[in-house]
Design a binder for this molecule. Structure first.
Ligand code: AMP
Ligand code: ZN
Length: 473
């Protein structure tokens, strides 16, 4: 598989450190509120990546953190603590908020067919590990204490801006308008590993440490949770593009300073989902959640389909019209699968044709996870000359990667169709059958006559690609 690596800005052949195995890390949610559908775009595309790696036979171990402490509203170690803000908003404790929104996140994942990673670690359960790594960074001279906090010293690195498509002066804290400079920092890019002098006196969660009672900075959790569970060599690290700087940049700085060698080989970043008027937000405008989509009558899987129809490295605009279009396309796709269901349980016969289509599917995803192209291959399957059992088997196989509930929803649509059919009088059904036979025999005059008889009984009959459609008029 070729995959775009944000670190090298190139598509590279994906070669895991240990043949046959993949270590994969995902930045998890900050559980101070519901996830918005932008956050979930990132998790959907990461899920397709994980499932595709497994589909190709690789043994994937995937780890994710849950940020329940330390993430401030500004990435420059300033602003409010997001968890504390959430707790105040809802008059609950930080731990109550964390539990509630962690559960809500997993519920969203379930509805969107996003597999839960093999290991999920809330940051608050790894404090000892953070302290251990920060201590080692202090010992080897990569960290310093100033004004009560522990900072990472970015001047000790040969290269800090590893994703190097950023302009240092645009990003460095202290030069952006409205962002307060931290007087304690030796270099403007330095970042906090451990806070003891917090401006939040009411910070609920604090732990003892060699540097005093306090709490961790945000970035340290992902380095520690990854290294502890996936070892010193990480194959692939995922996240939304906003995480590349400063979060992932800082993760690399501290992990490599701690390990003394290169840490992660591939960086997979998903571009943002935006609204018509720009950035997706949890506080401004309509707060777009999976529950809101459901309330408005959309199946969550339609949102997944909407995401999969676009490439993960292109930003995507969400609006209701675009989602409506995805719903129409999805329903049409399902309707085309319905006639294949009668072949369920039959032995697929066209092994050669199946292999050709399977190769097409793999070519699409091998090419930097081109999910839009993989969806096109579903249509190629439907159009192919293969027998129905082979088509059904392939669609079901591809859906282990795409996660679109294609067979289940085709079965549901078939059940709905037959329920609607059972309301149609037997006489009309009989005439429709006769008409179908007449059309097959190319006796179109008789077919028209039968259509008129059906119309006289108040029904309209049509032949579609999915079969005969009868409607009351
Ligand atoms: P957070 O809960 O803020 O830590 O974010 C969870 C994940 O969602 C991270 O990987 C972010 O990079 C990603 N993310 C945030 N906003 C968006 C967006 N508008 N579109 C896609 N991904 C996003
Ligand atoms: Zn992270």
């Amino acid at each position: 598989m070729y995959i775009y690596n944000s670190l090298t800005h190139k598509k590279e052949l994906f070669t895991p450190h240990e043949p046959g195995k993949v270590s994969m890390y995902t930045c998890g949610p900050t559980v101070y509120h519901y996830a918005h559908i932008g956050n979930l775009r990132t998790y959907i595309m990461e899920d397709v990546l994980e499932k595709y790696l497994r589909y190709t036979g690789l043994d994937v171990k995937r780890v994710m953190n849950i940020t329940d402490v330390g993430h401030l509203t500004s990435d420059g170690d300033t602003g409010d603590d997001k968890m504390l803000k959430g707790a105040k908003r809802e008059h609950k404790s930080v731990m109550e908020i964390a539990k509630f929104y962690t559960d809500a996140f997993f519920e969203d994942c379930r509805r969107l067919n996003i597999k839960i990673p093999d290991v999920v670690v809330p940051a608050t359960t790894y404090i000892d590990e953070f302290i251990r790594v920060i201590s080692s960074l202090m010992d080897n001279g990569y960290a310093y204490e100033a004004g009560g906090n522990i900072y990472f010293d970015t001047s000790k690195l040969d290269k800090y801006y590893v994703f190097n498509d950023f302009r240092e002066e645009d990003l460095a804290v202290g030069v952006r308008e409205g962002v307060e400079a931290d007087e304690n920092k030796r270099n403007k890019a330095d970042f906090v590993l451990w806070f003891t002098k917090s401006k939040f006196d009411d910070q609920e969660l604090k732990w003892d440490s060699p540097w005093g009672v306090g709490y961790p900075g945000w970035h340290i959790e992902c380095s520690c949770i990854s290294m502890k569970n996936l070892g010193e060599y990480l194959d692939i690290h995922c996240g939304g593009i906003d995480n590349a700087f400063p979060h992932h940049t800082n993760e690399i700085a501290q992990s490599e300073a701690h390990l003394g060698h290169k840490w992660c080989s591939y960086w997979f970043h998903v571009l943002h989902l935006n609204t018509d008027d720009g950035k997706m937000s949890k506080s401004k405008g309509e707060f777009l959640t999976v529950s809101l989509l459901e309330e408005k009558g959309y199946k969550p899987v339609v949102y997944r389909f909407f995401c999969i129809q676009s490439h993960y490295r292109k930003s995507l605009v969400f609006n209701w019209e675009n989602l409506d279009n995805a719903a129409v396309t999805y329903n049409k796709l399902i309707a085309r699968i319905v006639p294949l269901l009668s072949a369920k349980g039959a032995e697929p016969g066209d092994t050669e044709e199946m292999e050709r289509l399977r190769q097409e599917f793999r070519n699409a995803l091998d090419s930097d996870l081109n999910t839009a192209q993989a969806v096109t291959v579903l249509y190629d399957v439907l159009k192919s000359g293969a027998d129905s059992a082979s088509k059904l088997a392939l669609i079901s196989e591809f859906d282990t990667v795409l996660g679109l509930d294609l067979i289940a929803n085709a079965e549901a649509a078939a059940a709905e169709n037959s329920a609607a059919e059972s309301d149609i009088p037997a006489e009309v059904l009989e005439l429709a059958e006769q008409r179908k036979a007449a059309r097959k025999a190319k006796d179109f005059a008789l077919a028209d006559e039968l259509r008129d008889k059906i119309a006289a009984l108040g029904y309209e009959v049509r032949e579609t690609r999915q079969g005969t459609e009868i409607k009351k008029v």
